[in-house]
Design a protein around this ligand. Sequence first.
Ligand SMILES: NC(=O)C1=CN([C@@H]2O[C@H](COP(=O)(O)OP(=O)(O)OC[C@H]3O[C@@H](n4cnc5c(N)ncnc54)[C@H](OP(=O)(O)O)[C@@H]3O)[C@@H](O)[C@H]2O)C=CC1
Ligand SMILES: O=C(O)C1=N[C@H](C(=O)O)C[C@H](O)C1
Length: 264
Amino acid sequence: MKLAIAGASGRMGRMLIESALAQPDAFELVVALDHSTSQSIGQDAGAFLGARTGVMITDDLQALASADCLIDFTRPEGTLEHLKVCVEHGVKVIIGTTGFDDAGKQAIQKAGESVAIVFAPNMSVGVNATLKLLEVAAKILASGYDVEVFEAHHKHKVDAPSGTALKMGEVIANAWDKPLDELATWTRHGHTGAREDGSIGFSVVRGGDIVGDHTVYFCGVGERIEITHRSTSRATYAQGSLRAARFLEDKPKGVYDMQAVLGL
Ligand SMILES: NC(=O)C1=CN([C@@H]2O[C@H](COP(=O)(O)OP(=O)(O)OC[C@H]3O[C@@H](n4cnc5c(N)ncnc54)[C@H](OP(=O)(O)O)[C@@H]3O)[C@@H](O)[C@H]2O)C=CC1
Ligand SMILES: O=C(O)C1=N[C@H](C(=O)O)C[C@H](O)C1
C-alpha cells in the first residue's frame, strides 16, 4: 500500500514513518507532507532515524495523488485542507487529528460520501477496548454514581479536553440516551454549587512528556470504580493507524471508527 504521511516531522508523523518503514512488505512510503513553514521541508523523511528513504518532505499537496492512503495527524485546519485534495484524487484517509469543531466534523462526513475514511481520536487497541468497558459500566452504574473524566497529556498538546476524553464522555452519554453537551461540566472554579446529578465532569492536566492518561471515575457512596488507560508509547497509535489503513483497502467510501476497524 502506497502511504502518504502528513505532519511528517511531528511527534506522531515520525512514529508513523518509523512504523511504516519497519513493515516494507505491507507499506511503501511515497509522500511525506509538512506545512510550508516547517524547517523539515526538503529533508529526507527518514533523516531523523539516520535512514535514507528517498522521499523528501514536501508542502506540495498535489503529491497526494500518488498515494493510496493518507495518514494525517496534524491540526484540524491542515487535515481539512489535505482532505479536499484526497477527495479530488480518490485517496483514502486515516484521520488521527483531534480538536475539530462541528463544521470540521461535518466536512469529514461529507468527504466520506466520496472516499473511505477512518476518523478516530485514539487509534490504540487498549483505548478502544476501554471504550467498550465504559459502555458496559455506564449502563450498570446509570444511577447513584457520579461520573468524572480525567485526562493528562504532555505540555505541547493544544486541544482540551483530549479527543479521547470527549469520546469517553460521548460513550457514557450515549449509554444514557442523552447528548454529551447536555451533561458535560467542562470547568469548575469558585462557588460552583453542589454537583448536579447525572452530569459528567471533565478535568485536564498538561505537563512534561506524559504520552496520554485517561481515567473515568464512577463515584458512588461508600465506593468508587476507576477505569484507567495509560499510554506509555506513541507506537500503539501508529500501529493502530497502519491497521486502519489496511482495513480501508477494500472500502470504496464511508467514515469508519476504530471500533469498526477492530470489529468491536
Ligand atoms: N488519534 C490518535 O490516536 C492520536 C491523535 N493525536 C492527535 O494528532 C495530532 C498531532 O499530534 P502530535 O503529532 O503530537 O503533534 P505535533 O505538533 O508533534 O505534530 C503536528 C504536525 O503537523 C504539522 N502541522 C501543524 N499545523 C499544520 C497545518 N495547518 N497544516 C499542515 N501541517 C500542520 C506540524 O508542523 P510544525 O511542527 O512545523 O508546526 C507537525 O509536523 C493532534 O491533534 C493530536 O491530538 C495524537 C496522538 C494519537
Ligand atoms: O495529543 C496527543 O498526544 C494525543 N491526542 C489524542 C487525544 O486528543 O485524545 C490521543 C492521545 O491521547 C494522545
